[in-house]
Design a protein around this ligand. Structure first.
Ligand SMILES: Nc1ncnc2c1ncn2[C@@H]1O[C@H](COP(=O)(O)OP(=O)(O)OP(=O)(O)O)[C@@H](O)[C@H]1O
Ligand SMILES: O=C(O)C1=C[C@@H](O)[C@@H](O)[C@H](O)C1
Ligand SMILES: [Mg+2]
Length: 185
C-alpha cells in the first residue's frame, strides 16, 4: 500500500469527533508512515492548550498557527496527518492539503454528539446545545469537506480498525481517478 501511494501523505479532514486522531494513528501504523496531529503540534508550538489559545488570543490566532503548522507538514512525505475540524475553512490551507491525499471522515451528528458529550477540550463545543452547534458547523463545512479526494462514511459501532481497513481498501480506486502522485505536488 505504501508503494501504491508512492510516499504521498494522507490528510484526514472532518468535523470534530469523527475520529481523525484515532483512525490516523492506526492508519499510519499500517502504512508504515509517521503520524502527526495539527492540534497537538499547535499546542506544542504555542505552549498552551487549544482552550487557552482561544480564550487568550482568540480563534483567529489559532487559525494562523494552524496554517503555519500545516504548511510545515505539507512538505513531508510518508505521513498521516490528522487535522483540526476547521482546517478546511481557510482557502490557503487547501494549497497545502493538496500535497497529499485528502480523506474526509464523515460521521452523523448523533454519533459525534454521543462521543463528545463529556468533552471539555474543544472550545467551539462549549455551547449550551452541542448537537445544534455540531449541525451548524457541519452545514457550513460540508461543501468544503466534499472537496476531499475520498469520503469515508462512518456508521454507528464501526471500530477504528474497521474504518481504517475501509479507507485502505478505497485507496486504489481513488488513485486511479487522480493523476500521478508527482502531479499532486
Ligand atoms: N470508531 C470509533 N468508535 C468509538 N469511539 C471512537 C471512534 N473513533 C473515535 N472515537 C472516540 O471519539 C472521540 C473523538 O475522536 P477523535 O479525537 O479521534 O476525533 P477527531 O476527529 O480527531 O476530533 P478533532 O477534530 O476535535 O480533533 C474520542 O474520545 C475517541 O476515542
Ligand atoms: O472544528 C474546529 O474548528 C476545531 C476542531 C478541533 O480539532 C480543534 O482544531 C479546535 O478545537 C477547533
Ligand atoms: Mg483530532
Amino acid at each position: 500500500m505504501t508503494n501504491l501511494l508512492q510516499g504521498v501523505s494522507v490528510f484526514l479532514v472532518g468535523i470534530m469527533g469523527t475520529g481523525k486522531t484515532t483512525v490516523g494513528q492506526i492508519l499510519a501504523q499500517q502504512l508504515g508512515y509517521r503520524f502527526f496531529d495539527t492540534d497537538v503540534l499547535i499546542e506544542r508550538v504555542a505552549g498552551q492548550t487549544i482552550n487557552e489559545i482561544f480564550a487568550r488570543q482568540g480563534e483567529e490566532r489559532f487559525r494562523e498557527l494552524e496554517t503555519q503548522v500545516l504548511a510545515e507538514l505539507s512538505a513531508y512525505t510518508k505521513s498521516v496527518i490528522a487535522t483540526g475540524g476547521g482546517i478546511v475553512m481557510r482557502p490557503i490551507n487547501w494549497s497545502y492539503l493538496h500535497h497529499g491525499l485528502i480523506v474526509w471522515l464523515d460521521a452523523p451528528v448523533e454519533l459525534l454528539q454521543k462521543r463528545l458529550a463529556e468533552d471539555t477540550t474543544r472550545p467551539l463545543l462549549q455551547a449550551a446545545d452541542r448537537a445544534e452547534k455540531l449541525s451548524s458547523l457541519l452545514e457550513i463545512r460540508r461543501p468544503l469537506y466534499q472537496q476531499a479526494d475520498l469520503q469515508i462514511a462512518i456508521a454507528q459501532n464501526q471500530t477504528p480498525q474497521e474504518i481504517t481497513a475501509k479507507l485502505i481498501e478505497q485507496i486504489p480506486t481513488v488513485l486511479k481517478s487522480k493523476a500521478t502522485p508527482l502531479e499532486w505536488q
